[in-house]
Design a protein around this ligand. Structure first.
Ligand code: NAP
Length: 493
């Protein structure tokens, strides 16, 4: 289907109409719930596009029981068999890529090309763990005394819970579910109430792939009672959460009494540092991707762009030309580069960050186009001369606002970049190998992108330090997060 056809199709119209799922999946049974329903809106038209169940604590407990009942048989299957089930699921994701992308645009608002990219990215995790699941090796340790054999085996941690955000409704889910299932765990997932439809369609495809009942359960509803029940449950042995640091800290505290494994992918406040010797074109491309991918609604978005004095004027002029060409609008329109923001609070935050910077002497140097007076759309904007203590240097902006802040020395750049309680992604642009080595070591972060803003991939460990979280997703490390090590010491040999 061409982009032109896609644009003329009615919103929400899928090739497979039954992928617009409005029920939850618990123990292999679809449930509509008994209470009021949660409304899902299209962030561009503001129309209600679907209603999903508002499940409660008792429903959550049922989902945990279902995952608990399914766990022994799933864990006992050979890894290769689990991989085969994941492979069938992967094939269905790929076959239904266009519908999944349309669902993402419908409920999240992002541009269709980005939504397609998200489906590819999400599928990448499933593909990686289809393969990695069969390559998970134990250890034989040379015994320190005679007559003993020391083995280390890997076991699935058990029933897991996954709580995911709205900004990447499919990818944030597959990067938890694929390694969990490959490791032999079963899972209860709770997507954001803002974007549940993608997760429900994904569950439908899992059912079609022949996943046994209870292996993957998905529930929607008010986050607090669902979260409380998942955290308090002694059956749930791991919580994997992606979202804000505030909620992550609350959930970690709630998981403490049951000593759960935790995976926390939390907020970021990524710096991008452009040094004088940087290749201008590469630096501008890096900034465009690192800042404007997903409309800036990404935990690894470059929130603070530090540019050294010798290159600053040229960089500002070149980036301004690209920002000017951005177009905010309807995600289904093929000419749109940036969709609407997720909700009015997101718009208010970006506006507050812009106004604060302008109030402190920053100036607007470029602005892309946008429909006038749309409640959820912010025109892509670039600010220069932003002071080092502007509000946006301390909080995630989560929107299409590029802030250029000046610096003079390498020491200064490191101290500014690290002056944050967060430590997720960082970026730097330079052609000087010694400088690159020095700065990448000096940055307090889980990830460093050098001359690129595109660092996310299923094959590398994604995660942060400081208030950005615990644990890693993706790569072989992402599988270990769902495994316990069992040390077996056999004597008398
Ligand atoms: P959020 O408010 O923390 O929500 C994330 C998830 O937690 C949603 O499913 C939400 O449900 C749920 N939730 C909210 N309150 C809860 C509670 N009391 N108990 C249990 N669950 C609860 O974060 P967000 O604003 O949606 O997402 C943006 C944040 O995620 C940003 O800070 C971003 O940096 C971070 N993020 C991090 C990564 C990473 O990999 N490090 C990736 C993407 C996003 P409802 O939406 O239904 O309320």
């Amino acid at each position: 289907m061409t982009d032109a056809n896609m644009a003329t199709r009615p919103r929400g119209k899928l090739d497979e109409a039954d992928l617009l799922v409005t029920q939850c999946l618990i123990g292999g049974a679809w449930t509509a719930g008994e209470r009021a329903r949660i409304r899902v809106d299209d962030p561009f038209t503001l129309d209600i596009v679907a209603e999903v169940p508002d499940l409660d604590a008792a429903d959550t407990a049922r989902a945990i029981d279902a995952a608990g009942a399914a766990f022994p048989a799933w864990a006992a299957r050979p890894a290769r068999e689990r991989s085969q089930a994941l492979r069938r699921w992967l094939d269905l994701i790929i076959r239904h890529k266009e519908d999944l992308a349309r669902l993402i645009v419908l409920e999240n608002g992002k541009a269709l090309a980005e939504a397609r990219g998200e489906v590819d990215y999400a599928a990448g995790f499933v593909e990686f763990y289809v393969e990695q699941g069969s390559r998970s090796l134990g250890e034989i340790i040379p015994a320190p005394v005679e007559g003993r054999r020391l083995l280390v085996e890997r076991e699935p941690v058990g029933v897991c819970a996954a709580i995911t955000p709205w900004n990447f409704p499919l990818a944030m889910l597959t990067r938890k579910v694929a390694p969990a299932l490959a490791a032999g765990c079963t899972i209860v997932a709770k997507p954001s109430e803002l974007t549940p439809l993608t997760a429900l369609a994904y569950a439908k495809l899992g059912e079609e792939a022949g996943l046994p009942a209870g292996v993957f359960n998905v529930i929607t509803g008010d986050a607090a009672p669902i979260g409380d029940t998942l955290c308090a449950s002694a059956t749930v042995r791991k919580l994997s959460f992606t979202g804000s640091t505030r909620i992550g800290a609350l959930l970690a505290a709630a998981c403490a009494p049951t000593i759960k494994r935790l995976g926390l992918e939390l907020g970021g406040n990524a710096p991008l540092i452009v040094y004088d010797d940087a290749d201008l074109e590469k630096a501008v491309d890096t900034a465009m991707v690192a800042k404007f991918r997903n409309g800036g609604q990404s935990c690894i978005a470059a929130n603070r762009i530090y540019v050294q004095s010798g290159i600053r004027d040229r960089f500002v002029a070149a980036l301004a030309a690209k920002v000017q060409a951005l177009r905010a609008g309807d995600g289904f329109d093929p000419d749109t580069s940036i969709g609407p923001l997720i909700n009015p609070a997101a718009v208010a935050k970006v506006t507050a960050h812009r106004d604060d910077a302008l109030g402190q002497g920053a100036r607007v140097v470029a602005q892309g186009s946008a429909p006038e007076d749309h409640a959820r759309i912010v025109a892509p904007t670039m600010l220069a001369d932003v002071p080092t203590d502007a509000l946006l240097t301390r909080e995630e902006t989560f929107g299409p606002l590029a802030a250029i802040i000046g610096f003079d020395t390498v020491e200064q750049s490191l101290s500014l970049a690290n002056d944050t309680p967060f430590g997720l992604a960082t970026y730097l642009c330079s052609e000087d190998l010694a400088l690159i080595a020095r700065v990448s070591r000096g940055l307090e972060a889980g990830m460093v992108g050098i001359n690129t803003g595109l660092i996310s991939t299923a094959v590398a460990p994604f995660g942060g330090v400081k208030l950005s979280g615990l644990g890693r997703e993706g790569s072989a490390h992402g599988l270990s997060e769902y495994q316990n090590l069992k040390y077996i010491c056999q004597a008398g040999l």
